[in-house]
Design a binder for this molecule. Structure first.
Ligand SMILES: [Mn+2]
Length: 436
């Protein structure tokens, strides 16, 4: 049994007004070629298929086309909901794509026995192909020969309301702990159900789990929003069950979790922010022989759109631009997308014009212009040194926020959320001090 693990496609993303359509289409074509070349039995997408809950038509069309194409390769597809995905958007075509060998798990079935019963009834009414008592998140993955090759605990992004009931009077810390425990319990229940199924059918197959969350101790990139701020900082990796492989999504940089080879983030297949250019993009191929995991092989995804970050003072930026142009980058179908960070003359008000004149005639397009704000940083350090005792936590946080840029509507909304969360956390800490 061979599976391919990928995540965080973010189909439909618009990047500083640029569409990622061509890159996504190239990636999907490349992925289909890998499925064919390596005889992949199943592809798992661990959340964030779409960038938003209401993706543009072209993105939905791309998704539909991919499902048709992969089913023709006799490969199973598993699609899990991420925090960016809308449960109802993914569920719209769930029954339809089930006919094309594609399993969609958009949300978790709650742990509570009452809810589980209700959901079981709803699920059976909607999906008459599930007459047995199998948990709807347990999927027997078939290999290309139609035999069961693995049992999957299909766990999408877990929304707190799906697994915990908040109680009045609970502190923030208690809420965080309750959510962490509930997530752990959800993994445990599904793992036990998978074990029971494997035992009952005497199968020599691995148990694979998935997830779309922040596992503790993982480094993040710019484009990942802290979904658990204020509720949970991260899920401790020791809360995962002893599955043979755990396919994670949400973090865009490929990485191993808690030094465990088999617990991994595949990362996003295309860079979703300039910050993500630091690492090569991958999908992960996992090979099993019976129940035994014999190889974990990252496959590097080609870079379909040239992108670069250029930093420095204006004269160094000019030199780097010319080096880039002379290297032949951007001479293909698309010019190089650039992020330019001005480090010294960042105070100049006519920076955009200066950068424009430097890049004129070169095969580049400047999508982002950052000022590195040295002066602002010095300001903060100075104030902090002189008057920290006189400042309130709000003052310090406000000064820190001044160092960040929040451009555009989405970023402004993010800024508002951060401010609200800061106030909540501060209130909690201050409550705690009074009670102590
Ligand atoms: Mn994502």
């Amino acid at each position: 049994m061979k599976i391919l693990h990928t995540s965080d496609w973010h189909l439909g993303q618009s990047f500083f007004t640029k569409s990622r359509k061509a890159e996504h289409q190239s990636f999907l074509n490349w992925l289909l070629a890998q499925v064919a070349a390596h005889d992949i039995d199943a592809v798992i997408v661990a959340g964030d298929i779409f960038d938003t809950g209401t993706p543009p038509s072209y993105a939905r069309e791309m998704y539909n086309r991919f499902i048709v194409d992969i089913s023709q390769l006799n490969c199973t597809l598993v699609v899990l909901g991420g925090n960016h995905d809308s449960v109802s958007t993914l569920n719209e075509s769930k029954q339809l794509v089930a006919c094309l060998n594609t399993h969609v798990v958009a949300q978790v079935v709650p742990n509570s026995p009452l809810n589980a019963e209700l959901n079981g009834a709803l699920n059976n009414a909607a999906d008459s192909a599930a007459p047995d008592e199998m948990h709807p998140q347990i999927i027997e993955l078939q290999d290309r020969g139609g035999k069961i090759g693995a049992i999957l605990c299909a766990i999408p992004f877990i929304r707190p309301r799906d697994v915990v009931q908040s109680r009045a009077g609970e502190s923030g810390l208690e809420k965080r702990q309750a959510l962490g425990e509930a997530i752990k319990e959800h993994y445990h229940q599904l793992y036990q159900a998978a074990l029971a199924d494997r035992q009952a059918k005497q199968l020599d197959v691995p148990i694979i789990a998935t997830g779309h969350l922040t596992a503790l101790g993982v480094s993040q990139s710019d484009s990942v929003r802290d979904i658990y701020i204020g509720t949970l900082d991260g899920f401790a990796a020791d809360g995962f069950p002893p599955a043979d492989y755990i396919a994670l999504g949400h973090i865009h940089r490929p990485q191993i979790v808690a030094k465990s080879e088999h617990i991994r983030y595949s990362g996003s297949p295309i860079p979703l922010s300039f910050d993500e250019l630091k690492t090569t993009k991958q999908v992960i191929m996992v090979t099993f022989n019976g129940a035994e995991r014999v190889a974990i092989t990252p496959l590097d995804v080609p870079m379909f759109q040239p992108m670069a970050i250029i930093k420095g003072n204006l004269s160094s930026i000019e030199t780097q631009l010319n080096t880039l142009a002379n290297s032949g980058a951007g001479e293909g179908a698309s010019s190089v997308w650039l992020c330019i960070e001005v480090e010294v003359e960042d105070y100049l008000t006519d920076l955009p014009q200066r950068i424009q004149s430097l890049t004129e005639g070169l095969p580049v397009e400047v999508l982002q212009l950052r000022r590195s704000r040295h002066t602002a940083k010095q300001g903060l350090t100075q104030t902090a040194r002189e008057t920290l005792a006189e400042l309130t936590p709000q003052d310090v946080f406000a000064k820190r926020l001044e160092l960040e840029s929040f451009e555009g509507e989405v970023e402004q909304q993010r800024l508002e959320r951060i401010k609200i969360q800061f106030r909540q956390i501060l209130a909690e800490v201050q409550d705690g001090e009074q009670n102590a």
